[in-house]
Design a protein around this ligand. Structure first.
Ligand code: GLN
Length: 192
């Protein structure tokens, strides 16, 4: 239906749920574990999970460099969800040595909603959608600073939780867990 192949970074985290969402939209999905898996994909989803582990494994397999190169060429759309959003950030507040792709002009604060509300669900108003999106937050980060050219797509209680910069999306929440494909469709619209 969409005519493009989409990669899901399959090193750690809930990449299978993203794969199912994309397949439900009729998209061919490639599990990306090595740089060569990136060759044919027009977009890449980096899932939620544990961002330090994703960072270490991505470096070990040279995927950080491969993703950076494709993004610099302008030939890859990328969407980071939760831990994936952390991996994309140029700055991870309080963790200067954490390994990351560093391709998105944001500063991000890990586990920012505090211990008492580590995980929760909320209906979010998202720019471009005509009705709220039910979002699941699991030990979610908050985007604390955004650079020029960054568009805020959603906030939760005044805090930024979804942004876009060109062909890159980053969301603090897990859009793959509630069966609503609208944000996956939005991402596919950036992949060409
Ligand atoms: N708290 C995790 C981290 O900092 C992210 C949690 C998630 O992806 N649900 O990596």
């Amino acid at each position: 239906m969409w005519g493009v192949k989409i990669g899901v970074l399959a090193l750690q985290g809930d990449f299978r749920e993203h794969k199912l969402m994309l397949q439900g939209l009729g998209v061919e999905v490639v599990e990306v574990r090595k740089p060569q898996h990136l060759r044919e994909v027009a977009g890449l989803i980096v899932p939620g999970g544990e961002s330090t582990t994703i960072g270490k494994l991505a470096k070990e397999y040279d995927l950080d460099k491969a993703v950076r190169r494709r993004v610099e060429e302008g030939s890859l759309a990328v969407w980071g969800t939760c831990a994936g959003a952390i991996w994309l950030a140029k700055e991870i507040i309080g963790y200067p040595d954490q390994l990351k792709a560093g391709i998105l002009d944001i500063s991000i604060h890990r586990n920012a909603f505090g211990r008492q509300v580590e995980s929760f669900e909320e209906d979010l108003e998202v720019k471009g959608l005509d009705r709220p999106f039910h979002a699941v937050f699991i030990r979610a980060p908050v985007i604390q600073k955004t650079g020029p050219g960054l568009e805020v797509l959603a906030k939760k209680g005044g805090q930024v939780v979804f942004v876009r910069q060109g062909k890159i999306l980053a969301s603090s929440f897990h859009p793959e867990l509630t069966g609503d494909p609208r944000l996956h469709s939005m991402f596919l619209g950036l992949c060409d």
